[in-house]
Design a protein around this ligand. Structure first.
Ligand SMILES: [Zn+2]
Length: 129
């Protein structure tokens, strides 16, 4: 089937788009002094607690300005290009808000909501230029 997109090729395209967004949005959000490691997973991850599809996860060690982003390519394949940018900005907003939230485990629903709204606000401002 020559017209069928092989998943590995599709995932590589998603990875390239996401890398571009991380490279652009990191400095825009003031994270240029941070060490941000991005890990690309070629398999899904289900959030056991909520049953939601997890496109990305962020772990932050804010006293040391270190962040680790995990992205799950099969889950990201379900989103369109615009949403991929929102996912990147969302995960980076987790990094800039980590110090204020000071939680050791998963974010509370309130924190998740704040992160989502901040990410969407940044995107609205950027897209209105
Ligand atoms: Zn989140």
């Amino acid at each position: 089937m020559p017209d069928q997109i092989r998943p590995d090729k599709h995932y590589n395209n998603i990875k390239r788009v996401m890398e571009k967004h991380v490279k652009r949005w990191g400095p825009m959000l003031g994270l240029d002094k941070w060490t941000i490691h991005v890990n690309w997973n070629w398999s899904n991850k289900k959030d056991i607690g909520s049953g939601h599809i997890v496109g990305g996860e962020t772990y932050t060690s804010w006293p040391y300005l270190h962040a680790h982003l995990d992205f799950y390519l099969p889950d990201l394949a379900a989103y369109d290009t615009m949403d991929l940018e929102e996912i990147v900005v969302h995960e980076l907003v987790h990094v800039i808000t980590a110090e204020g939230f000071q939680n050791d485990g998963a974010c509370t629903p309130n924190q998740e909501r704040v992160v989502t709204e901040l990410a969407r606000s940044f995107l609205r401002v950027d897209r209105s230029k």
